[in-house]
Design a protein around this ligand. Structure first.
Ligand SMILES: CC(C)(COP(=O)(O)OP(=O)(O)OC[C@H]1O[C@@H](n2cnc3c(N)ncnc32)[C@H](O)[C@@H]1OP(=O)(O)O)[C@@H](O)C(=O)NCCC(=O)NCCS
Length: 144
């Protein structure tokens, strides 16, 4: 497959980012909010099928970071038709390559653990979170 990997937010269809996150069942926001999150991130990766302006966006991911020693990965997604072809792995590898000196944390969706283990990440035993929608996150199985 002719794949084009981009590392900036130029020309991104934010409605499509929002729709994709919704479609694959992870939390999503309005296009303007998605844009703010990605534009304020330390590293972004967008994968397109085909190059140029006519390329189709098929996956993406991002990391926030201090650029020194701590980082967190969010919103890694591959559209269903292109899953299990190594694209998610490539997205995470490209993000990690941009965070060479950093510890990296993230959280997976309950019941979907497995993908990040293959990338060398290990389960944390002392993670704590302050979720703004605490009850929903508890219902979904993210917290005790
Ligand atoms: C999770 C996701 C980003 C992975 O992207 P991908 O391109 O499909 O992943 P890859 O093809 O690089 O998979 C690499 C390996 O990770 C593991 N893996 C991938 N998806 C998995 C899943 N849903 N469950 C368990 N293991 C998985 C497999 O071992 C896979 O290797 P294999 O296909 O040879 O068995 C993508 O499937 C996705 O967007 N899923 C929807 C959202 C989701 O499930 N998120 C979970 C993380 S929060």
């Amino acid at each position: 497959m002719d794949m084009d990997i981009r590392f900036d937010c130029m020309g991104v269809d934010w409605q499509l980012v929002s729709d994709t996150l919704k479609r694959i069942g992870i939390s999503y926001h309005k296009p303007g909010v998605q844009r703010k999150a990605f534009e304020n991130s330390y590293a972004v990766v967008f994968v397109y099928r085909g190059g140029g302006p006519s390329g189709q966006m098929i996956g993406f991911g991002r990391a926030i970071s201090d650029g020194a020693y701590q980082a967190a990965i969010y919103d890694v997604a591959v559209i269903p038709e292109y899953q299990r072809q190594g694209i998610g792995t490539e997205i995470v590898k490209q993000i990690l390559a941009r965070l060479p000196s950093c510890n990296v944390i993230l959280y997976e969706a309950p019941g979907k653990e497995g993908f990040y283990g293959t990338l060398g990440l290990r389960k944390m035993k002392t993670a704590m979170a302050l979720f703004r929608k605490a009850e929903i996150m508890q219902e979904k199985g993210f917290t005790d």
